[in-house]
Each structure stands twice: as C-alpha cells, then as structure tokens.
Design a protein around this ligand. Sequence first.
Ligand code: ADP
Length: 234
Amino acid sequence: MRPDGRKNDEMRKIEAKVGVIEKADGSAMFKIGNTIAIAGVYGPKPVRPKHLEDPEKVLLKCYYDMYSFSVPERKRPGPDRRSIELSMVIKNALLPAIFVKEYPKSQIDVFVSIVQADAGTRCAAISAAAMALADAGIAMKDIVAAVAVGRVNNEIVVDLTKEEEDIEGTTDMPIAYMPRMKKFTLLQLDGKMPADDIKKALELAKTSCEKIYEIQKKALKDKYLKMRENENKD
Ligand code: ADP
C-alpha cells in the first residue's frame, strides 16, 4: 500500500484548464495532487536579440520558476541551478512536438510557474506548457503528456509524491511522451533500477500519459466549446 493509499498504477487527482491568463497568447493550468503548474505562452514574435534569429526554425525559450511559497520551507526566490536545468529539460521535451520550421526568424516564450510543489513539477510543467502551446495555436505534431514513474519499496509506481521520493532507495524516472506519435521526448533516471523494471516502468508511463492526454484534449475542447456557446449568445 502506498503512503496515500493509491494503487501502484493510480495517479493523483488531475485537473487541467486552458485560457487561464488573459494577456498570454496561450495558457494552461495543470494540477496533479498537490503539484500545480501554470504555463503562459507568448509568441510567435520577432527574435530579441536579433542575432539569435534562426532563418530555418523557431527559437523556443522556456523559463521554469518555482515560487518561494510553493514548498513547505520557503525557497529563495529567483533562478537557481535547478531551475535553469529544468528550463532546458522542459524545452527539450516540448521541441519534438512543434513544427519548428513553420516559424522561421521567430521566437516563442514559454513561462511555467510552479505555485505548489509536491514532486513531479517538471512533468506537470511539461503537461501544462504543451496545452498552453496548443492554446496559442502553435502548429504541433502532438501534445506532450508527462508523469514520473519509479520504484518505491520495490514496487513500480506512477506519480510519486515528495513523501515517496524521500523514502530510502526510491528511484524516480520523469517521462514525457507523445501519445499519438508514440514517442518519448523525456526520460530521466534518478537512482538505480534493473532493466526489467525500467521496461515495466516505461509501459506504466505510456498508459498513464495516454490518460493525461485525454484530460489535456478535453480541457482544450472545453475552452473552444465555451467560446462557441458565447458567440452563439451574441
Ligand atoms: P521534480 O519536481 O520534477 O520532481 P526534483 O526531483 O528536483 O524535481 O524535486 C522534487 C521535489 O522536491 C519538488 O517537486 C519539490 O516538492 C521539492 N523541492 C525541490 N526543490 C526544492 C527546494 N528548493 N526547497 C524545497 N523543496 C524542494
């Protein structure tokens, strides 16, 4: 039995919504248990500074930020080594989903704020950012869904909490996956795991990402259904 009573293949409760930041070109909120990510997308727009411009493809910039009050012990505000690394990890997980050649000489900025953290923030950030990119109307091959899998107390489980991450011997594996393309875009491994367990964990990640994907698609559809309802009212 897991500390919060979940089954091994059971994710925490998920909520997803798009269009949460009015001034952004696209935005989304993704909540999984007590982890909440809010993503805002700005662009495509001209590249600044201009010398970073790529004549062939888009320049994707990602900024991951964990709020000071998102964790029990107040975190020092501002960027640190971890947030710089996670910004890169998130960018690399999103890029394969974007038709990058559709936007030459352009820049797309993705800002993700973690307003509450209980493990799995990079995955929540990716799931939120992918929805926000779709909401911004960016041409995409697929939506990226992400979740951590791992080994806790010798069991393969999905969506670890901070409490589970802190158990001695836990292995954590954040995964991002494009369900339609059937391609992984992120695979990290923090700890040790036998090859057979990695295979099992990847299968669990795939089926879990497929479930997240349905929730992401529903959130996107809901926004447009609501917009159409409002248009019909006018
Ligand atoms: P992820 O959030 O993607 O699992 P980490 O493994 O780096 O990434 O972090 C695991 C969890 O540890 C975070 O989700 C958060 O709950 C907690 N955490 C990370 N950094 C800090 C920090 N500076 N202060 C307090 N808690 C933190």
